[in-house]
Structures are given as structure tokens and as C-alpha cells.
Design a protein around this ligand. Structure first.
Ligand code: FMN
Length: 309
């Protein structure tokens, strides 16, 4: 591909966000690359590895207790994206911290741990324990607070729509992570996102990740029923990219905090659109589920020296 003349950044070079230097600007999004423990060798930097040139893997969201998730079907492909209601299936914080985080560190996977809770005060103990176990880890960069999951009946949905609650969550996590990156991931399902981003920044987060999925519903015409047993789900993929760009733009223009752009990024060109707005990094979600090498390919394609390949 030919890169635009304004693009001179190598996204596979280190980038400083908050207190950390991460190895690149193209990351994988939470829930779309499991915990980041694939069988591939992280040290292999050719494009045969899904980690090649990747700045971080944001893990599947981890909650205080294990969760088995919502009934099937919980991920349905639509014409221009996908709708899901996974229900935060995960191994729970204790097992994650004891087994998964050390394995990620040992393999050298640049990691951001995604956390969700049902009450703001649960973030404090989760971050404290992560910091205890992760003390001295060099590949664990920080935490992304998932304040926006529209799929979980108790809690998640409301966290992200109230500036006061967003601030409470960030304030609960911050003291335990003095030297780690703290990101607040916001929902797009609000009229204005800037007040939420401002509340998170004032409470001490280092960056905002935007956006999580867009609240949606689809109908199966054969049955006349919603395609998901829980009716609503989170819509993701290429159709939401203009929504994501608008939300990122609102935050960048109104709040002086680094933004990590997410939403419908399928190609290197899509990633460039977020960088053109001023995003510090981007995350690849749904595209990564279809092709686990999607983010690595984008990183390779956006290197200035790849312009003619
Ligand atoms: C199947 C699936 C599972 C997801 N799980 C999570 C999750 O556990 N935590 C989270 O913060 N976001 C989760 N997301 C949202 C993505 O991280 C991302 O914010 C969203 O899908 C928009 O990006 P995309 O259009 O590139 O997929 C999930 C998305 C999908 C499609």
C-alpha cells in the first residue's frame, strides 16, 4: 500500500503513554485475542507471528469472581459487523493473577489487563493484588478498566454512563498502580462522551480507550425473535468505525488526555484514520477474531519503510 504523505510514524517503535513505554501503537482489543497466550513465539518478529510489531495485548476482561458467561448463541455475525453478548466469561481474578499473568510475563507478551467489577470499590483490591504479583514484571504495562460492558446485567452498563461513577472507579484503582498505565475504557452509548473522559482524567487515569461496543439488537426473521437470547448485545466491526471516530474526536478536542482508538479497525487505512485524529494508539477487535494476524499485518503495513510493498 502507499502511505499518505503526512504519515511518518513507525507504529512498531516504542511509544510513551503515562508512566510506561510500550513497544508499539497497534494493540489487540479486549475479548478478541483471549488472554494473549497463543502458541506463537513472541520473539519471532516476522509476520508469521500474531505478536509481530504489536504494542500490547489487552486481555479478556477479568472480574473478581469467575464467570461462565451468557447462554448461547452469544456472538452473531451480521452484514457489517457482529453482535455479541458474551457476558464476560473469564477465569476470575485469582486464577488470572496466579496463572495467566506470570505466563504472559514469562513469554514476554506486552500486556494490559482488562478489569471489570460490579461495584467501583472492587477495583481497588483487584489492582492491589495485580501490583503485588506483578511487582518487577517488565512486560505487564498496566490496567484497562472496562467501564462500559453493555452485556452484563448487574453493574457494567451504568459504570460508564455516570461521570461520578467513572471517577470513583479510576480513583479506586490509581493508588495501587503508581508506575503502571491506567486506562479507562468508555462506552459510546451516551449522548456526550467528553464529560466521562474528563471525569476519568481528573480522577487520575493516563489514557482513555474508546470505544466499547455499541448497544444493538437484531431480529431473526424466521423466528421473529431477537438473535441473542438476552435481546440486546454489543455491536462491533466496520459499521461502528465512524461512531468510534466521532467519539475519539470529541474526547481529543475537549479533554487533554491521550486517546486509544478502537472500533471497526480492519485495515491499515482504518488505523490511519484514528491516528489522523491524534490517537496515541489503536486497538483491533473484531477483525482480530476473524484473522489473528490482522493487527500484526497492520503494524507491518504502516511502517514508513513498507510504503512500496
Ligand atoms: C466477542 C467480543 C468480546 C468482547 N469482549 C470484551 C471484553 O471482555 N472487554 C472489553 O472491554 N471489550 C470487549 N469487547 C469489545 C472490544 O474490545 C472493542 O471495544 C469493540 O469490539 C469495538 O472494536 P471492534 O469494532 O474492532 O471490534 C468485545 C468484543 C467482541 C466482538
Amino acid at each position: 500500500m502507499t502511505l499518505p504523505i503526512w504519515w511518518r510514524t513507525d507504529p512498531t517503535q516504542p511509544v510513551r503513554i503515562g508512566p510506561r513505554e510500550l513497544p508499539g501503537r497497534i494493540w489487540t482489543a479486549s475479548g478478541c485475542f483471549a488472554y494473549g497466550l497463543s502458541g506463537h513465539d513472541i520473539r519471532s518478529l516476522d509476520v508469521g507471528s500474531p505478536y509481530a510489531g504489536i504494542g500490547a495485548v489487552v486481555t479478556k476482561t477479568v472480574t473478581p469472581q469467575p464467570r461462565s458467561g451468557n447462554p448461547m448463541p452469544r456472538l452473531v455475525e451480521l452484514e457489517h459487523g457482529a453482535i455479541n453478548s458474551i457476558g464476560l466469561e473469564n477465569v476470575g481474578h485469582a486464577e488470572f493473577v496466579e496463572a495467566v499473568l506470570p505466563a504472559l510475563e514469562e513469554r514476554g507478551v506486552p500486556t494490559v489487563v482488562s478489569l471489570a467489577a460490579t461495584r467501583p470499590d472492587e477495583f481497588g483490591p483487584m489492582c492491589e493484588r495485580l501490583a503485588e504479583v506483578g511487582r518487577g514484571f517488565v512486560h505487564w504495562h498496566g490496567v484497562e478498566l472496562n467501564l462500559s460492558c453493555p452485556n452484563v446485567a448487574e453493574g457494567g452498563h451504568d459504570f460508564g454512563s455516570s461521570p461520578a461513577t467513572v471517577a470513583e472507579c479510576v480513583a479506586a484503582a490509581r493508588p495501587h498502580l503508581p508506575d503502571r498505565l491506567l486506562i479507562a475504557k468508555l462506552t459510546p452509548n451516551v449522548a456526550q462522551i467528553a464529560p466521562l473522559a474528563a471525569a476519568a482524567a481528573e480522577a487520575g487515569c493516563d489514557a482513555i480507550a474508546a470505544i466499547n461496543t455499541v448497544l444493538g439488537l437484531d431480529i431473526d426473521l424466521e423466528t421473529g425473535q431477537p438473535v441473542l437470547p438476552r435481546r440486546f448485545g454489543g455491536y462491533s466491526g466496520p459499521a461502528i468505525r465512524p461512531i468510534a471516530l466521532a467519539k475519539c474526536d470529541e474526547i481529543i478536542r475537549q479533554v487533554g488526555v491521550p486517546v486509544i482508538g478502537i472500533g471497526g479497525i480492519e485495515t491499515a487505512d482504518d488505523a490511519l484514520r484514528f491516528f489522523a485524529l491524534g490517537c496515541a494508539a489503536v486497538q483491533v477487535g473484531t477483525a482480530q477474531m476473524r484473522d489473528p494476524f490482522a493487527a500484526a499485518r497492520m503494524a507491518a503495513a504502516l511502517r514508513p519503510d513498507a510504503a512500496t510493498t
